[in-house]
Ligand binder design. Structure first.
Ligand SMILES: [Zn+2]
Length: 283
């Protein structure tokens, strides 16, 4: 069942999983996995998925699965890494209860300015806003740079305090050594700077979000939750599960022509990832 973001974040004792979906099969895997764990979740899409599937189409798919297969649990819809006010407005018009405006690649001043604009519009429509401060890098290049000079990426606790005060944002994605993408799955996820998280938590009192959490060891995740992380994004591990299951399915059933039989294992593999993550996040 679809509910407002506020409703599930207020109830969450440990941390909420925020899972990126791309299509029908992955959405079913995410929602059915959460149903099996009897857990609330956030289902989210990025602008690239909006382009790929059509924003209204993918939104209706999520809503429909939430209302049917996901009847027994509470699910919130979120825009992940919104780039523009137009994308934010589009999702709000379709019933999203939370949107991210990611201006973390801009200057501190411009990040504040764009976030403020998004907050003004979203709050007027009773919608939460997530922003990002610091840089959660992406892929091989950022991973290597982050290992050498993490200070270029990490969120500054004083800036975080000023940012939240000025923008009135509802949730904040922070950079504490986390990186997006597949590269770190081969090279080993970087260690989180938990002392930075501790400092940030002392200065701000809104839910903190950990992006790029795929591949980070369960122990580190649990420590981060203890220190104030409230929402954890999982994208890469879902992509990997989908691809692996699809490859195996095609190999195992070379002559199969029924797309349902070919794709069914992808739902099951995504479900497994989601269940495992929820277990870690709830512990
Ligand atoms: Zn992210």
């Amino acid at each position: 069942m679809l509910v407002h973001f506020r409703k599930i974040i207020e109830k969450t004792k440990r941390a909420l999983g925020a899972f990126d979906t791309f299509n029908f099969e992955i959405t079913r895997g995410i929602i059915e996995g959460a149903v099996q764990e009897k857990s609330s979740i956030i289902v989210q899409i990025t602008p690239k998925t909006m382009e790929y599937a059509g924003t209204e189409t993918i939104t209706q798919i999520i809503k429909s699965i939430a209302d049917n297969q996901g009847r027994g649990i509470e699910i919130a819809l979120h825009l992940d890494h919104g780039r523009t006010l137009e994308e934010v407005k589009q999702c709000i018009a379709l019933g999203f209860s939370s949107v991210m405006i990611d201006a973390s690649n801009k200057s501190f001043k411009d990040n504040i300015r764009l976030t403020k604009e998004a907050v003004k519009y979203a709050h007027h429509h009773n919608v939460f806003v997530q922003a990002e401060l610091g840089v959660v890098g992406r892929g091989k290049k950022d991973y290597q740079k982050m290992i050498l000079s993490p200070e270029e990426f990490l969120t500054d606790p004083d800036q975080a305090q000023e940012f939240v005060k000025k923008t009135k944002v509802d949730t904040l994605a922070i950079a504490i050594g986390n990186v997006h993408g597949h590269y770190k799955m081969e090279k080993g996820a970087p260690k989180l700077f938990l002392s930075v998280l501790e400092e940030i938590k002392k200065k701000i009192d809104i839910p903190l979000v950990l992006h790029g959490a795929s591949g980070i060891a369960a122990g580190q995740i649990k420590q981060a939750i203890n220190l104030g992380i409230k929402i954890i994004n999982i994208d890469t591990e879902i992509r990997m599960a989908f691809k692996k299951a699809l490859k195996k399915s095609l190999k195992d059933q070379k002559k199969e022509l029924d797309p349902r039989k070919i794709l069914a294992p992808t739902i099951e593999e995504v479900k497994k990832v989601v269940r495992n993550k929820i277990k870690i996040f709830n512990q």
